[in-house]
Design a protein around this ligand. Structure first.
Ligand code: ADP
Ligand code: MG
Length: 317
């Protein structure tokens, strides 16, 4: 359905998108996950024909976005990060304007507007000024305009940013519903969000594809870089002796041993953090050495991203 090949975007010396290649198949909800500045919006802007590329190709349903932009664009609806809403129009006026710009006319347009207003539940506010609408409703208007023309692919850039928790749930539900009839691609910097909505996740880091997997597998990847941290009342050599006995523990860092107290960060490569905490606790208890603290530190998404791009290239396969 969508084929992105060796896509690169440079701004001067800065490479925002770096040799990105992936394929999107029809009928799934895909997530672009990455920290701010990773290149998600740039990629989406190029895919939708809003921005030129420095190198590479994008094909939408077989049409090259640069050579046949009109044909390619007809197959996509796009909600950019900052949707160009006209504040002194009503949703109905705005949708009419966008529909006409997409080349839809007359009765066909009226019918489509009715349908998208229903699908995005805008009925109650369709005649109110957009400037008077909440951010959640404005986002629905943005999604409604993307649906005009009934494109097979809907691309949404950070659709829940700036919304309150209830609005977030409503927009997520709406996206899931759209996923039943369209191929949906959304971007987010929030792991739990893509886990909640997406069937396939592309992790983008510094313009590169770091991983492309199902959310379930991603979790394994992410928990792989968890750490367990503890403070023990013991000598460094005693701690090392104890840790060497614990099978799932292979790598640790000892920090500022003072007053006979030692802080240790244990890296978890495999296994479950709770199991490892239990093993550490029991091993120290057995040697009659006290643990003053024992905590799990979840993987920070940013750290994981950095780790994914540094060396561990096998995760990208
Ligand atoms: P994301 O959407 O993942 O947060 P963006 O695609 O917006 O990331 O940006 C990727 C990188 O490209 C960022 O470092 C950003 O500062 C840079 N960038 C984006 N647009 C421009 C531009 N017009 N000129 C220079 N740098 C830009
Ligand atoms: Mg962005």
């Amino acid at each position: 359905m969508i084929k992105v090949e060796h896509l690169t975007k440079r701004y001067g010396n800065f490479t925002a998108v770096n040799d990105l290649s992936f394929e999107i198949e029809e009928g799934h909800v895909y997530g672009f996950l990455g920290p701010n500045g990773a290149g998600k919006s740039t990629t989406m802007n190029i895919m939708t024909g809003c921005l030129s590329a420095t190198e590479g190709h994008v094909r939408i349903g077989g049409h090259d976005i640069f050579d046949e932009p009109d044909k390619a664009k007809k197959l996509m609806g796009y909600l950019p990060e900052q949707p160009p809403l006209y504040m002194n129009e009503t949703p109905l006026e705005y949708l009419k304007f966008v529909g006409e710009a997409k080349g839809i006319k007359g009765r066909e347009l009226a019918g489509q507007i009715k349908t998208v207003v229903e699908r995005t539940r805008l009925e109650d506010v369709q005649n109110r000024l957009i400037s008077k609408l909440s951010k959640g409703y404005r986002q629905r208007v943005g999604i409604a305009q993307a649906l005009l023309g009934n494109p097979g692919v809907i691309i949404l850039d950070e659709p829940t940013v700036g919304l309150d928790p209830i609005q977030i749930i409503e927009i997520r539900d709406l996206i899931k519903q759209l996923g039943q009839e369209h191929t949906v691609i959304l971007s987010s910097h929030i792991l739990s969000e893509v886990q909640a909505i997406c069937e396939k996740v592309l992790i983008i880091v510094r313009g590169k594809l770091a991983a492309f997997d199902e959310p379930g597998n991603l979790e394994k990847l992410l928990t792989a870089s968890n750490t367990v941290s503890f403070v023990a009342e013991a000598k460094v050599w005693e701690i090392e002796e104890i840790l060497q006995e614990i099978e799932a523990v292979s790598d640790w860092q000892i920090k500022n041993p003072e007053d006979g107290r030692v802080r240790v960060d244990v890296r978890i490569d495999s296994g479950e953090a709770n199991d490892i905490c239990r093993s550490i606790f029991l091993a120290f208890a057995e040697k009659k050495r006290a643990l003053l603290e024992l905590t799990k530190k979840g993987a920070n998404l940013e750290d994981v991203f950095i780790e994914l791009t540094e060396g561990e290239s096998e995760v990208a396969d």
